[in-house]
Ligand binder design. Structure first.
Ligand code: NAP
Length: 282
């Protein structure tokens, strides 16, 4: 079965629209998300456009801030600092990657944990590890939401996550562990990746290499989640999984595009609405 992230994300946006309308009625203002884009990276420009469009569809007010490629560290920091103080802004997103001369960690550190809708700051990462409530990174959260909505059981299953980045692999592994899966995390130094992958009931690929997971690495009936956003030999968007071959073995599989990608944006919107509700109640 092909897991339809596009339709699921649209469904989440319409659920959020009801919540944002309630919020506006209760507090006399809209849920607000500030999006900061620094420089001219074309992929980042597309991501930011999609996020702003998603905001419109979910009834969230977006505040887009563009800084030039030549922006200084201090300009970027003071913009984020101002947004942190702004009562109309409930969530702040700094689109990564930043131009090479900027120190991303220092700029992200200006975002207070309660407005960190990406779930990247140490406080939110720590809360996830401690199984406390906080904001969770959007992409792995989107994967869990797909598993939940498709009623795919996780507890007791053997999950293998390929990739250990701070934004996808590690929080993904933590979420699966918190959901009682038995989790293995693989990376570039893993000795026998194929053997590890073959053991997976749930296989999550977050590597960043086109069609890297081939059919011989997948157990019959496994659930295969493809986080990758890569380009094939013809420049066409594809995932980390060789979809055509793996589809025949998997019980469930996410396509690229139309799988995890739209869920990332939906979870960003969901995290923003939750941050606004928490912020105004506090
Ligand atoms: P990343 O930071 O580059 O991490 C890639 C991970 O893959 C690393 O942990 C790396 O291991 C591991 N890896 C690389 N080569 C490997 C190999 N030969 N065998 C096993 N593991 C290997 O990438 P990321 O930010 O996590 O993103 C991963 C993919 O997801 C990319 O295609 C990205 O575009 C996509 N993505 C999609 C969304 C979405 O919304 N759908 C969101 C974020 C990212 P080491 O740690 O040992 O180097």
């Amino acid at each position: 079965m092909i897991i339809d992230g596009k339709t699921t994300a649209a469904c989440i946006r319409s659920e959020l629209k009801l919540r944002t309308a309630e919020f506006e009625k209760a507090y006399g203002k809209k849920v607000g998300l500030a999006v900061v884009l620094i420089g001219n990276d074309p992929a980042s420009q597309t991501y930011v456009r999609n996020k702003i469009k998603g905001c419109e569809e979910a009834g969230i007010r977006s505040f887009a801030h563009y800084l030039p490629e030549t922006a200084t560290q201090e300009q970027a920091r003071s913009l984020v600092r101002a947004l942190a103080e702004d009562g109309a802004v409930h969530g702040i997103l700094v689109q990564l990657p930043l131009p090479a001369h900027l120190n991303a960690a220092e700029i992200l550190a200006e975002i207070p944990a309660e407005k960190d809708v990406d779930g990247f700051c140490a406080e939110n990462v720590g809360k996830l590890a401690l199984r406390e409530s906080g904001t969770i990174a959007c992409t792995p959260l989107g994967v869990m939401e797909l598993l939940r909505r498709y009623r795919i059981p996780v507890a007791g299953k053997r999950a293998v996550v390929v990739g250990r980045s701070n934004i996808v692999g590690k929080p993904m592994a933590m979420l699966l562990l918190n959901a009682d899966a038995t989790v293995t995390v693989c990376h570039s130094r893993t000795r026998d990746l194929k053997e590890e992958c073959l053991r997976a009931d749930i296989l999550v690929a977050a590597v960043g290499k086109a069609k890297f997971i081939t059919a011989d690495m997948v157990k019959e009936g496994a659930v295969v989640i493809d986080v990758g956003m890569d380009r094939d030999e013809n420049g066409k968007l594809c995932g980390d999984v060789d979809f055509c071959a793996v589809e025949k073995k998997a019980s469930y599989i996410t396509p690229v595009p139309g799988g995890v990608g739209p869920m990332t944006v939906a979870m960003l919107l969901s995290n923003t609405v939750a941050a606004a509700e928490r912020g105004e109640k506090a």
